[in-house]
Design a protein around this ligand. Structure first.
Ligand code: ANZ
Ligand code: ZN
Length: 859
């Protein structure tokens, strides 16, 4: 065996061996318990980044470990291949998005193979393949039939110069990214998926996901946002017509504190009141062009206009003025709020700004109420009672809410209501590079679904956008079609689906990649996913949409599961230093840490020796130019070093701080391991191990081997503490290094330790272990060898160390034979020198013995 570690030779050889044996092709009939290990599929942006490498290394280690444990493992991979960057690249380089995407996929697939991931490539899925997205279209039509897809007007960002709809990320400071023109809002018809129909189930089922991080479940619960409240009507008359203005409140107990009602600018009543009122119309128009996100609404200055129009308080009948407020969302509750400035902070700010009355109706003990200064307790629900509210005085939150809701119900002006923050999922995108929505527009028949036997509606792949409008709308070939209903000339829908649709079920398609249905019986075998691994940035939308999609498929009889992912691991980000310089004009230029040298705490650019500013640690990103190209590392050190560093540098959920020294340390360790095995092998064949014939030192090394096996199995298999697992194997190898074999049996113990180390490292650094396992004289490939078992007999120590306390304080340690009885242990403890000193001749009242651990002498 060549004593020099050469990853550039070992790695391709191991990969070729796996490919030749089709080692990772998963079969449903392979026997053993199934184990589906899934990593979030990458967007084919061009090349892998360190975040991908980390994600997929964690998944591969878990997959390979489970395989050694006898599980029938599926580890697939695919491409989230639709989306905006491909269109932008097309605009920039004139290459059709299809070509750009597929070229990137080819390159990135090579990179994944070079990293040695045990992927079943026969199940690869690219979401831009018609064979895949036809099932998006098929399910869309099924959902349309069931009323789970519907059309509604939605608001989009409109670039008036390019005459195009902009994605949120294409709007920069309120302006179009290409034209710089102020972005307008436009209302256009769009398709929505009725995720709200599952809001309750999606929320309740979070309680049955013990394998998910609490943090993710909390984020999902908050996103769904269940509120229990009351819907209240404020009656009015307009144009001799009686009507009611409805509001939603979670604080019906404060109804007697209402001093105004505020409605959203898009509220129908606002539109009606704006007629003939220039001031109201101007304000409504102003709201129309402002930010649309909830975050923007929450932070912007609260503004409004009075309408002079009054509605009646539902219990007292007193007039209440209607205002139009920019902080009221049309999309939530009723698009209107009852203004209770005494107890709602937003209403408080609004009332102060416009001089509206503020009325206290809730009190907390003797706490003084000051209407000029907001106190956090003003909005407390619990531990407060109602005041200034007539017959409801003295009631607590629940009592007051119940009493007021009952009176409102009797008056026909209210009812209890559960409200969700969750909105239906708008899936229409006015973009080219996505899955076509299978709808045909006919002047006579309206919106007509594409018949099932005409699916898929294939996206033309050769269009190149010039940045204005959707190229699909300019493609006659795509646009013009026959109406399936009347046979007349018609036109195809040019909107495509949100790419979150594609990623909601790709993991199902992996189970049946060649099925001529959406999924087939193989899905029942593999699903749910046993372990899902991906970034925390997908904690809300992707996971929620996938959970929704799974339920839709279940209710269509396609699946039998409720939840798609049994266990979820969200890996932390990969961080690196940020360095930059600021020019006189304030422009910032970032420098890659590889171009920077730190001398005596001062960072300088290697190129010119001049200082650069340090921005501290931050996630690796293009914008900060602080990424490390995995390919450079693979070329320089080999894949195993990259894998080892990634798994050793930090626990998977935590951030991983990039360190060149860490990578070098990993490389050194592998070289050393390699040399140790080479030296051992050079000494020729080893005899069979005879555990009864070992000397003390050999027995101790053997004990450490088996203790390490037990620990590492638990660390990798259950706790996912890969770092401590690797550290334990390193310690074992240190012990081997210190051990001086003098006999045949000593050599046999070393062989056993090296075998074990190679097996335990195999999931993490599979290439070098493939080679070393052969060198250690084994015929089987290491990937086909089961995980080692710890031998309980070897774990037994001949001598145990026992701590001795006097009156509960640690005073000494004794070594006793593992077989020693209670009397022997007690005697040895009392004989210990330091213990005797602390007993100091006093009579011993009691001796407590915890076998194998501790003796406490009570005096
Ligand atoms: C009166 C009130 C008094 C309120 C009080 C709060 C405190 P969650 O918990 O998120 O459901 N609200 C209702 N609809 C709204 C809309 N379309 N836009 C903006 N705000 C709206 O919040 C429910 C509360 O949010 C409701 O209860 C309402 O203000 C406000 F001391 O009504 B409350
Ligand atoms: Zn028609």
């Amino acid at each position: 065996m060549d004593p020099i570690y050469k990853p550039e030779e070992i790695e391709p050889e191991a990969q070729a061996a796996w490919a030749g044996a089709r080692a990772f092709a998963a079969r449903e009939d392979a026997g053993g318990e199934k184990y589906y290990c899934l990593c979030m599929l990458p967007y084919p942006s061009g090349k892998l980044h360190m975040g991908h490498v980390r994600n997929y290394t964690i998944g591969d280690v878990i997959s390979r470990y489970q395989r050694m444990r006898g599980r029938n493992v599926l580890q697939p991979m695919g491409w989230d291949a639709f989306g905006l960057p491909a269109e932008n690249a097309a605009i920039a380089n004139g290459v059709p998005p299809g070509r750009w995407t597929r070229d990137n996929i080819d390159y990135m697939r090579k990179q994944l193979k070079a990293l040695g991931f045990g992927i079943d490539w026969s199940r690869e899925v690219a979401t831009c393949d018609p064979d895949y997205y036809r099932w998006n279209q098929w399910l869309f039509l099924k959902m349309l039939e069931k009323g789970l897809v519907y059309q509604k007007t939605g608001t989009v960002n409109w670039d008036p110069v390019d005459q195009t709809v902009l994605a949120n990320e294409q709007v920069i400071d309120g302006r179009g990214w290409r034209t710089g023109a102020p972005v307008e809002k436009r209302a256009i018809p769009m398709y929505y998926m009725r995720i709200t129909a599952y809001a309750d189930e999606l929320l309740a089922a979070l309680d049955d996901l013990p394998g998910w991080p609490e943090r993710v479940k909390t984020m999902q619960a908050n996103w769904i946002g269940k509120s229990e409240g009351v819907r209240i009507a404020f009656p009015y008359a307009l144009d001799n017509h009686d009507d009611k203005l409805w509001v939603f409140t979670t604080r019906a107990d404060t109804l007697m504190g209402v001093t105004f009602v505020a409605i959203a600018a898009e509220h129908p009543l606002a539109q009606r009141l704006a007629e003939g009122r220039a001031d109201i119309a101007a304000f409504v128009e102003k709201c129309r062009t402002g930010g649309a996100t909830e975050a923007e609404l929450a932070t912007q200055e609260k503004e409004g206009v009075p309408t002079g129009f009054h509605v009646a308080h539902p219990l007292t009948g007193e007039p209440v003025e209607v205002w139009i407020g920019n902080y009221v969302l049309m999309g939530y509750g009723e698009g209107a709020v009852m203004g209770v400035p005494g107890h709602d902070e937003r209403d408080f700010l609004f009332a102060h700004k416009y001089g509206l009355p503020i009325k206290q109706v809730v009190a907390a003990g003797d706490a003084a109420y000051d209407a000029d200064n907001w106190q956090p307790w003003y909005s407390d629900k619990y531990g407060v009672v109602t005041v200034n509210s007539g017959k409801y005085d003295g009631l607590n939150y629940q009592q007051a809410t119940d009493a007021i809701a009952a009176d409102l119900a009797a008056a026909g002006c209210g009812e209890k209501r559960v409200q969700y923050r969750l909105r239906d999922w708008g899936i229409s995108r006015q973009r080219y590079w996505g899955c076509p929505i299978p709808i045909i527009h006919c002047e006579r028949c309206g919106e007509v679904p594409v018949p099932e036997d005409e699916l898929p509606v294939v996206l033309p792949e050769d269009l190149v956008s010039d940045g204005s409008g959707n190229p699909l709308a300019k493609s006659d070939e795509f646009m013009h079609c026959e109406c399936p209903r009347c046979g007349g000339a018609a036109r195809r829908e040019t909107d495509t689906m949100d790419t979150f649709v594609d990623s909601s079920w790709y993991y199902m398609r992996y189970t049946s990649p060649d099925a001529d249905s959406m999924v087939d019986a193989r899905a029942h075998y593999w699903l749910p996913v046993d372990q899902y691994i991906g970034g925390i940035e997908h904690a809300i939308l992707h996971l929620l949409y996938s959970r929704f999609w799974t339920r839709v498929m279940r209710d269509l009889g396609l699946l039998t599961i409720d939840e798609p992912f049994t266990n979820l691991l969200t890996q932390g980000m990969v961080l690196n230093q940020i360095y930059f310089r600021r020019s006189d004009s304030g422009r910032i230029t970032y420098y890659n840490p590889a171009e920077v040298d730190v001398r005596d705490g001062q960072a300088v650019l290697i190129a010119d020796g001049e200082p650069v500013e340090s921005g501290g640690l931050g996630a690796m990103s293009k914008s900060k130019n602080n990424g490390v190209d995995p390919q450079t590392l693979i070329d320089r050190y080999g894949a195993d070093t990259v894998r080892l560093f990634t798994m050793f540098a930090a626990p998977p959920e935590q951030t991983l701080e990039w360190s060149e020294a860490g990578v070098e340390g990993a490389a050194r360790f592998l070289k050393r391991l390699y040399r140790m095995v080479a030296e051992h092998v050079a000494q020729g064949q080893t005899a069979a191990l005879l555990p009864d014939k070992l000397g003390t030192a050999a027995r101790e090394l053997r004990r450490q081997t088996h203790a390490t096996i037990a620990k590492v199995g638990d660390d990798i298999g259950r706790r996912y503490t890969f770092k401590t697992a690797i550290a334990a194997i390193m310690e074992l190898l240190n012990a081997v290094g210190r051990f001086e074999p003098k006999s045949e049996q000593d050599h046999a113990v070393v062989a056993e330790a090296l075998d074990a180390a190679v097996l335990m490292l195999a999931p993490i650094v599979p290439h070098v272990c493939h080679r070393l396992w052969q060198a250690l004289g084994h015929a089987d490939a290491v990937i086909d060898v089961p995980w080692p078992d710890a031998d309980a007999a070897a774990l037994k120590r001949d001598e145990l160390e026992i701590v001795v306390q006097v009156n509960g304080k640690l005073r000494g340690r004794i070594a006793v034979a593992a077989s020693a009885g209670r009397g022997e242990v007690e005697a040895a403890a009392l004989a210990e020198e330091n213990v005797q000193r602390f007993v100091g001749g006093k009579p011993v009242r009691k001796v407590i013995v915890v076998p194998g651990k501790l003796v406490n002498v009570v005096v």
